[in-house]
Write a protein that binds this ligand. Structure first.
Ligand SMILES: [Zn+2]
Length: 104
């Protein structure tokens, strides 16, 4: 190359260097830190992954199955609609069935 043609900017101007040091470098560091923290949080989430809480309100462990006298569906005693008739607890699959039983 002839020196006359490259009269504009033969080598990077100081400004370009500032651009790299002040903008690109922080961006790079930021990106590295971000990926670092992201992997950190991901592994932390994996580590802290625990079995579900011991007792969810709707799920009854070891609940009995009772037959719905209206529709014949077997329902869990914990998740059913109950009604006491003549001292006997009846289990229904839904309020509709309970109301039907009451009407019958
Ligand atoms: Zn039913």
């Amino acid at each position: 190359m002839s020196p006359g043609a490259a009269s504009g900017a033969p080598r990077p101007a100081p400004m370009l260097r500032y651009l790299i040091v002040d903008i690109l470098l922080p961006l790079l560091v930021f990106a590295l830190l971000r990926s670092f923290f992201r992997s950190l949080f991901q592994t932390r989430r994996d580590v802290t992954r625990q079995p579900p809480p011991p007792s969810a309100p709707n799920v009854v462990v070891g609940g009995e199955l009772k037959k719905d006298p209206v529709c014949g569906t077997y329902v869990s005693t914990g998740a059913s609609v109950t009604r006491t008739v003549d001292g006997q607890v009846l289990y229904f699959c839904s309020k509709e069935c309970r109301d039907k039983y009451r009407a019958a």
